[in-house]
Design a protein around this ligand. Structure first.
Ligand SMILES: CCCCCCCCCCC/C=C/C(=O)SCCNC(=O)CCNC(=O)[C@H](O)C(C)(C)COP(=O)(O)OP(=O)(O)OC[C@H]1O[C@@H](n2cnc3c(N)ncnc32)[C@H](O)[C@@H]1OP(=O)(O)O
Length: 291
């Protein structure tokens, strides 16, 4: 990995507290196959290009275990010297990732919460700082932390859905490092408007503001992603890695140096009564929406 980060203690803690079936505070039961199946990697006909698929139905939400599994998959791909690019995509029909798993934030387990945020930070380090060329094949909705996954890629193609940082609609605010990623991508004024309003952009609007690089047809996503990956891989790897360090190194190091404070800040922010009320309200609306 290009920007090696140490997170052993947090990730070890996460393993102890993993649970894969639970009832949320609004009474919905989440169940799924085991976390090992939530993320799969596939080879392509080009040995330098791999595919990383998120398969956590119903919405590829980022729980502690999901973050850990994605990080693990990236590290495994990086450990193979032949692999130079990864295409990040979803196996779900309409959702790339619905962002953080709100069951982690609402009425949180006090011991698990810091480990959860540590795993989310680690995912940012691993994806944003990967030595691999990363192509986001965004084939569905990508709000909030789902947008972080997309922003962490080097190149973003999108076929459908909405994308953006909608945290303000939940009564929360993106952490500084995620906000900075957004600002660095679309510019301060556009980011200021979008962050405050919690705007989610459709593909056309996202392309217009530079949040994505290309709109592609639904049936063409993987072909286009492979073509773009080949173009990135054609650049000599040391140059690619140096460019990434140039554009992303400062932001990654800043969080690395403030990691503990960021976890403390997050935990005290989320544990506030008003935050919990807002999250509970948003979560209930989400659950009721279809009914
Ligand atoms: C000063 C700052 C200090 C630091 C403080 C930091 C504070 C934290 C900030 C962290 C940054 C990141 C935050 C997040 O990511 S929060 C999550 C934001 N995500 C959303 O708002 C998306 C919510 N989901 C949707 O809008 C829709 O689900 C979506 C449009 C994505 C898809 O719609 P669709 O109709 O196709 O699907 P459903 O709505 O029926 O969803 C399917 C089931 O999945 C459940 N679901 C969806 N999203 C989530 C989620 N994020 N967490 C948990 N569960 C989720 C949904 O309820 C459905 O469940 P059921 O099938 O049981 O009904």
């Amino acid at each position: 990995m290009m920007f090696q980060q140490s997170s052993r203690s947090l990730l070890d803690a996460s393993k102890k507290s993993s649970s894969f079936r639970w009832t949320s505070s609004v009474g919905r039961t989440f169940s799924s196959r085991s976390p090992q199946d939530w993320v799969t990697t596939e080879e392509t006909d080009d040995p330098s290009i791999a595919i990383l698929k998120m398969n956590r139905a119903p919405a590829n939400t980022l729980s502690l275990e999901m973050c850990t599994e994605i990080s693990k998959a990236i590290k495994e791909l990086e450990s193979n010297k032949k692999t130079q690019a990864v295409i990040l995509t979803s196996s779900l029909p309409t959702i790339f990732s619905a962002g953080l798993d709100l069951t982690e934030l609402h009425n949180p387990d006090k011991d698990r919460l810091p480990a959860f945020w540590g795993a989310f930070q680690q995912l940012y380090f691993d994806l944003y700082g990967s030595r691999l060329a990363t192509i986001g094949a965004i084939n569905g909705h990508a709000p909030a932390a789902g947008c972080m996954l997309a922003l962490s890629c080097d190149y973003r193609i999108m076929s459908k859905g909405n994308i953006g940082l909608n945290e303000s609609k939940l009564g929360i605010c993106a952490p500084p490092w995620l906000g900075q990623q957004f600002i660095d991508t679309i510019g301060l004024r556009k980011a200021e408007l979008a962050l405050n309003m919690g705007t989610l952009f459709d593909t056309k609007a996202a392309l217009d503001i530079g949040l994505i690089d290309e709109i592609v047809g639904e049936d063409d996503v993987m072909d286009v992603a492979k073509t773009r990956a080949s173009q990135w891989v054609a650049i000599p790897a040391p140059a690619r890695v140096a460019c990434k360090e140039l554009t992303r190194g400062r932001q990654l190091n800043e969080l690395k140096e403030n990691r503990k404070q960021d976890v403390d800040h997050f935990c005290s922010f989320v544990n506030q009564e008003a935050m919990q009320r807002n999250l509970g309200f948003y979560f209930e609306q989400l659950a009721k929406r279809k009914k």
